[in-house]
Write a protein that binds this ligand. Structure first.
Ligand SMILES: *Cc1c(COP(=O)(O)O)cnc(C)c1O
Length: 352
């Protein structure tokens, strides 16, 4: 740290992203990326847009918002796009958390980082014994509620009706639902935004649309909430979405068939992986996301992570103690999952 660094931030513990190792080719199941490339139409659109990079991107993202409106049946002024959904989550902490924020004690690791960075008092609410979110813990909180649904890293989801009760009992606070994984099988809260002016639904193109490297996310909500988010956006970085990403995003939205097919395959592979791991003696949560969260009574999470890594399979192990026994394993192709399962069997055999 230099002597120039603002002491306000000197104690900050930044978010630690999953490894992107360059030393060899791994079967990469550690950062919830898609095993499939983006839609060929998105790739072509991005390449075409590259020829116009001398121009700034459209700060209003008008064509993208119009395509969103067409696909989702919402007006174009009910959505704002961002440089990954992480950017929107940051804006939410900047814009709506004057009364403090509340989120599950085990959830997306970025929430407490944004909380600390923005000086937001954060209430971290423990999960139930079975790792599920207890919706009643979020009633009448008087704070901004931030819920990943499905939650990460558990993959467990609440129904839209359960979230509706949280919206109903916190009418004077924003409830932000982070739906990064919703396309793999959970219920979206998007249909509720007409009825709740305190609802923000946040989604990303990183997972179900295979565009993690393009950085594209959005929030949908009431016109007023979107206007507030735009106020933050235009006060920091109006050209937050680059033109190649914007063009790819429009094409990806239009190619719904491609996204749906990939999500269906990943959901099938997930259920297969959960069943196989359980047959080996793992405890595995009922994930509705594109990852599974698993622990084995006979091998520590750290050991399994290290031994898989030696064998060329990368999974995510978190250093925090309460989930040290677990690994979070991204769901890839059937071939990738079969290799993971085979290596895992080998490791269990060896550590017997
Ligand atoms: C991956 C993820 C995001 C954000 O992804 P971006 O790539 O920034 O769009 C947000 N929330 C959760 C829970 C995630 O897992």
């Amino acid at each position: 740290m230099s002597r120039f660094f603002d002491p306000r931030y000197s104690g900050l513990a930044p978010y630690v992203p999953g490894e992107q190792p360059q030393d060899m080719v791994y079967i990469k199941l550690n950062t919830n990326e898609s095993p499939f490339p983006p839609s060929p139409r998105a790739v072509a659109a991005a390449a075409e847009a590259a020829g116009r990079l001398q121009l700034y991107s459209d700060p209003e993202a008008l064509a993208l918002r119009r395509e969103f409106a067409r696909i989702f049946g919402l007006e174009a002024d009910r959505v704002v796009f961002s440089n990954g959904s992480d950017e929107i989550l940051y804006w939410i902490f900047l814009a709506f958390c004057a009364d403090g924020a509340a989120f599950p004690a085990l959830s997306y690791g970025f929430y407490p980082v944004y909380g600390e960075f923005t000086g937001t008092p954060c209430t971290q609410i423990p999960l139930r014994e079975d790792y599920s979110v207890a919706p009643e813990d979020y009633y009448h909180l008087g704070k901004t509620v931030i819920l990943a649904n499905p939650n990460a890293p558990t993959g467990l989801a609440l129904s839209a009706a359960q979230i509706e009760e949280i919206l109903r009992t916190n009418p004077d606070n924003v409830v932000a639902v982070d739906e990064a994984y919703v396309d793999f099988g959970a219920e979206s809260c998007l249909p509720l935004i007409d009825r709740y002016d305190n609802l923000l639904v946040v989604q990303t193109f990183s997972k179900s649309r295979s565009m993690a490297g393009a950085r594209l996310g959005f929030a949908a909500g009431s016109r007023e909430l979107i206007e507030d988010l735009n106020r933050v956006k235009y006060s920091t970085n109006p050209y937050n979405v680059n033109s190649m990403t914007m063009a790819a995003g429009i094409a990806a939205l239009a190619d719904e068939e491609y996204t749906r097919k990939n999500c269906r395959i990943i959901a099938e592979n997930r259920d297969y992986t959960i069943a196989q791991l359980r047959a080996m003696g793992f405890f595995v949560t009922d994930s509705l996301a594109n990852f599974v969260f698993a622990r084995h009574p006979a091998v520590s999470g750290r050991t399994l992570y290290e031994k898989l890594r030696e064998r060329g399979v990368l999974v995510r192990h978190f250093s925090r103690e309460d989930i040290g026994d677990f690994n979070r394993i991204t769901v890839g192709t059937r071939e990738q999952m079969d290799i993971l399962l085979e290596k895992t069997r080998e490791i269990l055999e060896e550590t017997k």
